[in-house]
Design a protein around this ligand. Sequence first.
Ligand code: PMP
Length: 427
Amino acid sequence: PYSGPKAAEILQKRKQYLSPSMFYFYHKPINIVDGKMQYLFDENGRRYLDAFGGIATVCCGHCHPLVVDAIVNQTKRIQHSTILYLNHSIADFAEALASKMPANLKVVFFTNSGTEANELAMMMAKLYTGCQDIVSLRNSYHGNAAGTMGATAQRNWKFNVVQTGMHHAINPDPYRGIFGSDGEKYAKDVQDLIDYGTSGHVAGFISEAIQGVGGIVELAPGYLPAVYDSIRKAGGLCIADEVQAGFARTGSNFWGFESHGVVPDIVTMAKGIGNGIPLGAVVTTPEIAEVLTLRNYFNTFGGNPVCTTAGLAVLNVIEKERLQENAFVVGSHLKGRLTSLMDKYEIIGDVRGNGLMLGVELVTDREMKTPAKVETLHVMEQLKDLGVLVGKGGFYGNVFRITPPLCFTKEDADYLVDAMDYTMSKM
Ligand code: PMP
């Protein structure tokens, strides 16, 4: 049993000593003290089914024994910076990661977060092309440093940073977008941005395959191939942000971009890569990677022995436990059951996503698609009381984000849907 400080005491310390910008879920935030696979436990030993996985950061399951063992053993042996000396773990993990990549995406740079990975990717695109202009999608989230905050296109997450050279394209959002599911029509906007907003040459394009923070928005079919074409004709590089959609989460593929039939020039990743350990990576071609030899470049802890040992253990677990297949099977079942709830409850405007990256959008009016913000919060609180934790996102904060650890079972999925059904039946 847990005997440490309780929620009230922690809240008091947060108020006094931590940034006032820190936020939490739930009216009465829960103090999570233990995790085991798809479950979390609060200070009183109450168990919750975790359908958010720490924002898609946990892919193998909380405290997966094989990942924990790998981390502990490596920590006992040596943990240090990645610069100056050799160590096998960074090399072994880079090799394993490269083996999961298509085409000539074979060179890996490690970072400590998704923000850092995207900053590096965009810098490399600028160096490689000699251009400054980057196109990103409205409603995207790519990080919170100067460049990535510029690429991020949702005012909720943007401070007044200078965003030189950033162009935000119309989001190819099949549910709310102006062209429905016609990917090629949306793609025309990127060509227009290039033609009317730049010299005709750009550094690159960055997008998620499924927008996570943006509320599990799948890009309209046909969009990415057409955009990659426009960007490459303008001399730019295509960057895939796989921070949320990568690592088997979408079920049908290991990487989110694969379902769009494109091969990026640079792929960035974080979150699930380390099952909760701070780690990020940028993978690109040997030719593009050369740009970083123009100056000295390093990242003190990026790719350190403990984190890369964890990363390698994660890849092994995904394979051994067939987590991609599980994400596909359980995700399809869950999506099917969530979709059938739409027949019962008018408030569900849309169910979308792939594998175990699913979204449920609540609206007060299906025709107008009016965001049901208050109701979303209410259902989220009720679900918590029933022992189920889901995430929330989207520009209006009216989309449930369901991104559980990939060990989620059909029974877990049924429990989640039953809890949602029960909650909505009482509204
Ligand atoms: N890209 C995407 C798609 C993300 O969802 C996030 C984080 N929510 C980031 C980048 C930034 O990652 P980090 O918070 O690790 O810097």
